[in-house]
Design a protein around this ligand. Sequence first.
Ligand code: NAD
Length: 298
Amino acid sequence: MSLKLDGKKLSLEIEEKLKNYISFNERMAKRRPGLAVIRIGEDPASGVYVKNKEKACSRIGIKSYIYNLKDTVDQKEVEQLINKLNLDKNIDGILLQLPIPNKFHDQRLISNINPSKDVDGLNEHNIGKLVKNEDAMRSCTPAGIINLLRSQNIRIEGKKIVVIGRSLLVGKPLSLMLLNLNGTVTMTHSKTKNLIDICKEADILIAAAGKPNLINSSFVKEGAVIIDVGIHRLKTDDENKTRLCGDVLLEDVIPKVFAYTPVPGGVGPMTVTMLLVNTIISWQKQFGLSSTLNDLVP
Ligand code: NAD
């Protein structure tokens, strides 16, 4: 039987540790960790993600500051808000909820975030440190995936790993993290030729293409580990209902693999958990608290 890599369960276990860490250290720091989340515009999915992050913060004792900005604000105003939050002593992490409306330059805004508060690990300082395999804030989804693999002692070192997707959010930082952990990594993308043949070689196959059910069992080696990053809401035959699926046609793939991540309940919850971890580690550094959580950052 294949092993389910249960992100929901692992994220609850890590949350328990984080909650204890905060309550143990709060007196020394004289305040709880603080996370600012900036959302621009009315994208409904972003609204749900921000709410989930807010709830996760309150479960473990992080104080969240939510900024819902109208899309009538301009780039300069958002930059000013980020600058203000950079200087705010109560804020340890700043997250810009993506995607934002096209009129904004998202990378320029992310570059404005102080690297020590860049809890999404997406600004060039932190990406540069990742390239150099130096300590820094790591982006959440890739770091969550590495924790999921480690939780079941799935070796990365020496393994052939194929990553589908080269985005700055997932594919690129994930490939670099796996490379730093001595995996033999192949990064693929929409222009890759013979994707299926490349995937069939993988001991660990990670799908982050953003294409529903792209990967079926013919892409997968017997006994491989498959990680599904994709998340899509599809309409069902019943007009009023929708269902979530990933990039992987799971029911076809599960019988062939050693381990897999479900959608929902796999990578998604781990992404939120790593945001909490990054915020607390920023708080920890600010107050010189114990580094017992550092193993969670690849
Ligand atoms: P993106 O659109 O920025 O990047 C997709 C990448 O996949 C691109 O590099 C593209 O070249 C590649 N690609 C597209 N079609 C392909 C194909 N047919 N074959 C091979 N490569 C192909 O998307 P993203 O931000 O990296 O997100 C990818 C998916 O992961 C989306 O479904 C997104 O919703 C999901 N996601 C989930 C989480 C989570 O926490 N679960 C977090 C981030 C993203």
